[in-house]
Design a protein around this ligand. Structure first.
Ligand code: NAD
Length: 274
């Protein structure tokens, strides 16, 4: 091995490193807010897009796929699939393989909250549902994606959506401490690190993102009082727009981050600094 630093004329173009031309990206929770923004970013950089979500999201998937295909000239498919069900995940990936050839990028992003039901007295049904979707779902999707990359003999990038709630307990006017959500998201971070080690030998990079409050469908059931209180707890005094998630995912999905594995990228308007 020769240890020698690159010369200035050997540094690659940043545009080449960020390009996703011809890649296939799978996004779970594909009809949701964060997926909507990230799918635009990945398609604009040239990736073909597969969106996975559960019923009744079929129409939304179709609309989003049509928009991306028309605007960016990429191939798109919407697939109905439940990330918490192994057979459903495997069927979804088989359909994507059949229609788009393989998978290079997996944005494992589907997640739920159970507003009002997530406190220390959480029922076992709610607890299990939360862990099934938010944590087991990540394992099933990441594994299906990595196995497909291995089968086709290429590497890839997997990005899991954790949360600032993996790092801190969210403050609320009514003190529900969200043990189900917070535990599931903390689990996502550790799962990410473990899978990063498992798949590193295959050139498959696994990382996670931890957004703070992002205005999306996840907040539909929050009262005005709760929304305003939550904003007041963020040092930047606002929620993030959906598009503010795109850069983090693009960085981890592209060759901009080829030395980055098992890391968690926090962008939370300063929430976890308090
Ligand atoms: P969203 O509710 O708009 O989107 C979530 C999507 O996941 C929905 O379309 C939903 O139908 C889908 N989904 C739910 N269960 C599923 C399942 N079993 N299989 C497949 N799809 C399923 O919310 P969002 O903000 O876009 O959330 C995306 C991810 O970001 C989630 O993991 C969430 O926990 C995480 N997150 C969100 C915020 C935020 O403030 N919005 C902050 C941190 C992390």
């Amino acid at each position: 091995m020769e240890y020698k630093a690159q010369q200035i004329n050997q540094i690659k173009s940043v545009y080449d490193m960020i390009s996703l031309k011809g890649k296939v990206a799978v996004i779970t929770g594909g009809a949701g807010g964060i997926a909507r923004a990230v799918s635009v970013g990945l398609a604009e950089l040239g990736a073909n897009i597969a969106l996975i979500d559960i019923p009744p999201a079929e129409k939304e998937l179709e609309r989003n796929c049509q928009f991306l295909a028309e605007k960016y000239g990429v191939e798109t498919i919407g697939v109905v699939g439940d990330v918490s069900d192994e057979t459903s995940v495997l069927n979804a990936f088989a359909e994507i393989e059949e229609k788009l050839g393989t998978v290079d990028i997996v944005f494992s992003n589907a997640g739920i909250t159970c507003a009002g039901m997530d406190d220390a007295n959480i029922t076992m049904d709610t607890w299990k549902k939360m862990l099934d979707v938010n944590l087991t779902g990540m394992l099933l999707v990441d594994r299906a994606g990595a196995e497909m990359m291995k089968k086709h003999g290429h590497g890839g990038a997997i990005i899991n959506t954790a949360s600032m709630s993996a790092h801190a307990i969210n403050r609320r006017p009514i003190m529900t401490s969200q043990p189900g959500y917070a535990t599931s998201k903390a689990g996502v971070m550790q799962l990410t690190k473990a899978l990063a080690i498992s798949y590193a030998p295959y050139g498959i990079r696994v990382n996670s993102i931890s957004p703070g409050y992002v205005m999306s469908g996840l907040h539909n059931s929050m009262s005005q009082e709760n929304l305003e209180y939550s904003v007041s707890t963020v040092p930047l005094k606002r929620f993030a727009d959906l598009q503010e998630v795109v850069g983090a995912v693009v960085y981890l999905a592209s060759d901009m981050s080829t030395y980055c594995i098992g890391t968690d990228l926090v962008f939370d308007g300063g929430y976890t600094l308090w």
